[in-house]
Design a protein around this ligand. Structure first.
Ligand SMILES: [Zn+2]
Length: 126
């Protein structure tokens, strides 16, 4: 078994530094983010890391009003599926955008959400 080119751990370590990294399948060219074990398109394991610009638009979003316990202080907040300009979609939390300004198609930019040693994917104004 070979080591994956980019593990989830490394994905989040890079995200913490503000760099978004996807993986491209060396076999069929499919792009995936966050990194997966096997290519969902051809089931090969031939990933190459690809730096992504972190720019995209909101494809869909949901406003969370009842949150898991760790996030109750944060409600209401929005999570969105963002379609990155490279063509892949990624789920992240919306920050620094008023909820009533959210719209499908709104341009956003990746920003890491760092809380202690935890890093999550966030998107803020482009
Ligand atoms: Zn593939």
């Amino acid at each position: 078994m070979t080591e994956p080119v980019i593990t989830l751990q490394r994905f989040f370590a890079r995200a913490r530094e503000g760099r978004l990294t996807g993986v491209r399948c060396g076999k069929c060219g499919a792009l995936a983010i966050p990194p997966k074990e096997l290519c969902p398109a051809c089931y090969e394991r031939a990933w190459e890391p690809v730096p992504l610009a972190g720019e995209g638009t909101i494809a869909s979003y949901t406003v969370i009003r009842v949150a898991p316990r760790a996030y109750t202080a944060d409600v209401p907040y929005a999570v969105a599926v963002v379609k990155l300009k490279e063509g892949v979609s990624l789920l992240g939390r919306i920050v620094e955008i008023p909820l009533d300004k959210l719209a499908v198609g709104l341009p956003v930019r990746f920003r890491p959400l760092v809380k202690g040693d935890q890093t999550a994917v966030g998107f803020g104004p482009a």
